[in-house]
Design a protein around this ligand. Structure first.
Ligand code: ADP
Length: 211
């Protein structure tokens, strides 16, 4: 018997860079949710043999492809910095592929519900429309900066520039149905994820939920 007659219950998970989206998604997954992660899909599309590689080569030339056949991220970053329209062109290639693949993965997901992890969910009408509920991972900006510095070794100015290009903390909080306060330790994060998981299981199994 098909598990989801129409489509699964979808929780959009988002948050600013370094807020703890991946840490939260990992714990939802450990509890049994299906994870569909648009960042992961983007990486797969641009890995060797990925579905976006030919279109990227056609648009930007072989110089943007590494010898192993993946997108040369640093060359692409440099080009996008030099020519902003190159970034838009890359997005025009990637976004429809990411959208289609994430839709497909949501449809075939086997978990009781899907966590659809989208870094720029608040900024994107398409993804918001697809979610039954929006869960925002939140922490103070100084903590975002400290966590990304520890994770990637980026300079504070670079991290602040990325944050400035994303929705503001207040915009994200205003769009949230649920907020995970990740200002504490991992145990506190896990406890909140556990509570939400119980609520999402309940909502996903409600017989009259809107489809
Ligand atoms: P995002 O996916 O939102 O960019 P991550 O989940 O990768 O953020 O978290 C950023 C970094 O901070 C990672 O190295 C992660 O392990 C760490 N981290 C996340 N939440 C906590 C927490 N509550 N306590 C300590 N470290 C955390």
């Amino acid at each position: 018997m098909q598990k989801h007659p129409l489509r699964p219950y979808i929780v959009g998970l988002t948050g600013g860079i370094g807020s703890g989206k991946s840490a939260a998604a990992d714990h939802f997954e450990a509890l049994g949710a299906s994870i569909v992660d648009t960042d992961r899909i983007a990486h797969e599309l641009t890995a060797p043999g990925g579905a976006a590689i030919d279109a990227i080569r056609d648009a930007f030339g072989a110089a943007m492809i590494t010898p192993d056949g993946s997108l040369d991220r640093s060359a692409m970053r440099a080009l996008a910095f030099e020519r902003p329209e190159a970034r838009r062109q890359l997005e025009a290639i990637l976004h429809p592929l990411i959208r289609d693949e994430s839709t497909r993965r949501c449809r075939v997901a086997q978990g009781a519900y899907v966590i659809l992890a989208v870094p720029l969910l608040i900024e994107s009408g398409t993804y918001r429309e697809r979610c039954d509920r929006i869960c925002v991972v939140d922490c103070p900006e100084a903590l975002q900066v400290a966590r990304v510095r520890a994770r990637n070794g980026l300079a504070e100015a670079q991290i602040r520039a990325i944050m400035a290009a994303q929705a503001s903390r207040n915009q994200r909080l205003a769009a949230a149905d649920d907020v995970i306060d990740n200002g504490g330790d991992l145990a506190a994060l896990h406890a909140q994820v556990q509570r939400l998981h119980a609520a999402y299981l309940h909502a996903a199994s409600a017989p009259m939920r809107a489809c």
